[in-house]
Write a protein that binds this ligand. Structure first.
Ligand SMILES: Cc1cc2nc3c(=O)[nH]c(=O)nc-3n(C[C@H](O)[C@H](O)[C@H](O)COP(=O)(O)O)c2cc1C
Length: 190
């Protein structure tokens, strides 16, 4: 099975090969395994260097992992708890005076992207999920005023598609697709 992107020009192999699996081995992860990816996330750029991102990490078997898993919706609740770690990605969306930061979510997404690329370079796989109850996460982790959770992502070692229910196994082996470059980037548009 190849999930490598079919690109119109060569790109860095880590970017071409990164993808979002749903099957993970039962290997336990440690803080040390995730440290380089979180370091990459920390060094992501942000508007005014505000670094709005915050991450809460649960390792499979601990109470944080179980609390995160409980908030997952639909299919996410079936496959994601097999990953080695579940991470809540949250952002400081308002400052101490309650003033909104319009770039907080943009910056959080970029930081998670840095995480996912470094994790992939380190032999791990990452799968982001919007299908989670963010209000329940905010409450479960008692997030401070102005900080809100947005997604959960699973991190782990790639497992076999055969370990998944049939519907998910089919999606696991399907080639990845994207809109063509010429419908995405518009040069000299005027
Ligand atoms: C913000 C965001 C939310 C997502 N939510 C879900 C989700 O709830 N469940 C899921 O299975 N995949 C989810 N995905 C994964 C996407 O479906 C996946 O990244 C996309 O199909 C491209 O596939 P690839 O990452 O393998 O290239 C999400 C991805 C992002 C970036």
């Amino acid at each position: 099975m190849s999930k490598t992107a079919v690109t119109s020009v060569p790109i860095h192999s880590v970017l071409a090969e990164r993808w979002s699996p749903r099957s993970y081995t039962d290997q336990i992860l440690t803080k040390a395994d995730l440290a380089p990816a979180f370091e990459a996330a920390r060094w992501s750029p942000s508007a005014n260097n505000a670094q709005e991102w915050r991450y809460i990490v649960g390792f499979r078997g601990d109470a944080t992992f179980d609390a995160i898993a409980k908030t997952l919706a639909g299919w996410n609740a079936t496959w994601a708890p097999t990953a080695g770690a579940l991470v809540v990605a949250a952002a400081q969306v308002e400052d101490a005076e309650g003033k909104a930061n319009p770039f907080a979510i943009y910056d959080l997404g970029q930081s998670v992207a840095h995480f996912s690329v470094q994790a992939h370079a380190d032999g791990l796989h990452v799968h982001q999920m919007a299908g989670t109850d963010t209000a329940a996460l905010d409450e479960a982790f008692n997030l401070p005023a102005g900080i809100k959770s947005f997604v959960v992502f699973a991190v782990g070692n790639l497992g076999s598609p055969d370990a998944l229910p049939e519907q998910l196994a089919e999606r696991e082996v399907k080639p990845r697709e994207r809109r063509p470059l010429d419908e995405t980037v518009f040069y000299s548009a005027l």
